[in-house]
Design a protein around this ligand. Structure first.
Ligand SMILES: Nc1ncnc2c1ncn2[C@@H]1O[C@H](COP(=O)(O)OP(=O)(O)OP(=O)(O)O)[C@@H](O)[C@H]1O
Length: 580
């Protein structure tokens, strides 16, 4: 049982609870023999006509007492073994969650959300069942089987016991075969469940797009196909699973039959009494559970094994972005220098020969055609990815040498596709620091010109947004995400095309406020609308991962290159829309 060895750390951690639980289980197993023994005694005394009232009351009293003792002990082992097993679920979930939080974004690009959810639910449940029900079955079955077999052979007849256990080896062979089949199919069932999770997750997140294309029927059909595949796989697994109990019951029935045949001969030969045969058959009854538990256990440990390996393989994936052995704490804002020879995602080279310097307090504009590498430049500064060849310096120190959390704390990032949490407007804005006051939240909302919009919402700052809340316009979402970053007043603010859904006039007003409020602080803005960066101290034009133009607004206009053409075109468009 490899899985028991793998989970040994947990059993050791919870050794006290497991020891108490196992001890109680053992006592219940022994006490379980008591009723059968008393019944045998009473039957023999009835058969011989010697049963007295006091013997009857003593017998009944003993039965009642053992019943109460077993009741109490069962409670103890349930609380100590089953309840403790939930602790394993809690620990594994926490490990997995913490691990997810530390992994780099590339991990989440390579793994689908549905799969990750399946690991955090199904796989962890399989482990919890093993550490609870599995351990209980193992101990209970072993102790009950041993105590019962020893009592059967010593107190009644070892010959009859031998006959009764004759079918057991065949049963073990059968359950082993079924166990292997279940194991293989369970792996496929878990994979099918992950696929189903992925489909549901994708369908729910993309529901608006699906509806806008009138694609519901095709999407429903696609879901039904995945659902059907998961169903068929589960049925296949169930087929082997369902064969377990009947197979065990068949061999147990065989055991009864053989015992009856031999037992009746032994009675006629005077080797055992009728009472002893009744006791023996009742003991045999007690063996049913341990025998069934073997199959149950094989099955459960196979499932636990699959699940544990799936979780472990996730836990061993390490983040591509790592800290040095002795990272420098708390970097302060200062000069930022990009010296990148090359940066590639996997094998796709997206930035080459990038060299520029940002002085503290400057505003930098990054522009260029879509896919030219603007966002990648910001992600490298936040160390979502590391530069392939070259370096980025902050205060003359490679950013790789700083403590990751401290480095990121210095920055506020407003991404292109903002995410709002399913909570109130106020909680979303103060996400980075829940202790901030409502006044500060309101001030941040004013700074990004979303305050009036919030005043019009049903519960103002308490209005629920995100998945559970009201629908917001793209521009409102962008400004809330911006308020979330602005409220922390970060030393380095990264705006990644984050005002694209806001009208040009509001955008201008917001940028003016940022300019006034962020004196001495660095701001990097990527934009498609050039009006967002005309005031920047340095503008870089990127094309195919290279800087093709650089300078201030007027310098770039004079160059009459991509910047000039784009600016002129956007000016014409804006004049035209003003006229319209
Ligand atoms: N995580 C990723 N893995 C692989 N390739 C990526 C990844 N992110 C971006 N790319 C690729 O890198 C190139 C640069 O992307 P990037 O997002 O930096 O461009 P951008 O200039 O910000 O584009 P846009 O203006 O459309 O936002 C693109 O070809 C893009 O497909």
């Amino acid at each position: 049982m490899k899985i028991i060895k793998q989970l040994w750390w947990f059993f050791f951690l919870e050794k006290k609870a497991y020891l108490i639980g196992i001890l109680s289980l053992c006592l219940v197993s022994v006490l379980n023999l008591f009723p059968a023994f008393i019944m045998g005694q009473l039957i023999d005394q009835i058969a011989s006509g010697k049963l007295t009232d006091s013997q009857l009351f003593l017998g009944i009293g003993g039965l009642v007492l053992s019943a109460f003792a077993m009741y109490g002990l069962r409670y103890v082992w349930r609380m100590n073994i089953l309840a403790t097993s939930y602790q394993l679920g809690k620990i594994m979930r926490a490990r997995l969650f913490e691990h997810f939080m530390h992994l780099s974004p590339s991990f989440f690009q390579q793994h689908r959300t549905g799969d990750l959810m399946a690991h955090a639910t199904n796989d962890i449940n399989a482990l919890t069942r093993l550490a609870g029900g599995g351990v209980m079955s193992f101990v209970d079955a072993t102790v009950t089987a041993l105590v019962t077999l020893i009592t059967m052979s010593l107190s009644i007849s070892w010959q009859m016991t031998l006959v009764a256990i004759l079918p057991l080896p065949f049963m073990t062979l059968t359950t082993n075969f079924l166990g292997r089949q279940t194991h293989e199919n369970f792996k496929a069932s878990q994979a099918a469940f992950s696929e189903l999770n992925n489909k549901v997750q994708e369908a729910v997140s993309g529901i608006k797009v699906t509806k806008s294309f009138g694609y519901q029927e095709q999407e429903t059909a696609a879901f039904q196909a995945v659902n059907q595949a998961a169903f068929l796989q589960n049925i296949k697994t169930m087929r082997y699973d369902a064969l377990f109990n009947p197979a065990v019951l068949f061999f147990i029935g065989l055991s009864y039959l053989l015992t009856l045949l031999v037992g009746s001969r032994f009675i006629s030969q005077g080797l055992v009494s009728l009472g002893q045969l009744v006791t023996f058959m009742t003991y045999l009854d007690l063996l049913v559970w341990p025998l069934m538990a073997i199959g149950f256990l094989v099955n459960m440990s196979q499932r636990g094994d699959v699940s544990y390996n799936r979780i472990q393989s996730l836990l061993t994936i390490s983040s591509e972005v790592v800290e040095t052995d002795q990272p420098l704490p708390a970097p302060s804002n200062g000069q930022i220098v990009y010296e990148i020879s090359e940066f590639a995602y996997d094998n796709l080279s997206v930035l080459q020969d990038i060299a520029f310097c940002i002085e503290q307090g400057q505003t930098i504009g990054l522009v260029g055609p879509t896919g030219s590498g603007k966002t990648s430049l910001l992600k490298l500064l936040m160390r979502e990815y590391d530069v392939t060849t070259g370096q980025i310096l902050l205060n003359q120190e490679n950013i790789k040498n700083y403590k990751l959390a401290d480095l990121r704390q210095l920055m506020g990032y407003v991404p292109q596709d903002q995410f709002l949490f399913a909570t109130s407007v106020a909680e979303n804005i103060r996400f980075g620091n829940p202790d901030l006051s409502l006044e500060q939240v309101e001030q941040a909302a004013r700074a990004v010109h979303v305050y009036e919009d919030i005043q019009d919402m049903p519960d103002r700052f308490d209005t629920m947004v995100g998945e559970k809340g009201i629908s917001l316009s793209g521009g409102q979402k962008q400004r809330l995400a911006m308020a979330r970053a602005m409220i922390l007043n970060p030393d380095i603010l990264l705006l990644d095309d984050s005002l694209s859904a806001v009208d040009a006039k509001t955008e201008h007003a917001i940028l003016e406020t940022i300019k006034q409020e962020r004196l001495g602080k660095t701001t990097i803005i990527t934009a498609h609308r050039l009006s967002a960066i005309v005031h920047a101290d340095l503008i870089l034009v990127l094309e195919d991962g290279k800087i093709v133009e650089r300078g201030r607004h007027q310098d770039l206009l004079d160059e009459k290159g991509w910047y000039y053409d784009t600016y002129m075109m956007q000016q014409l468009e804006s004049e035209k829309s003003d006229r319209d």
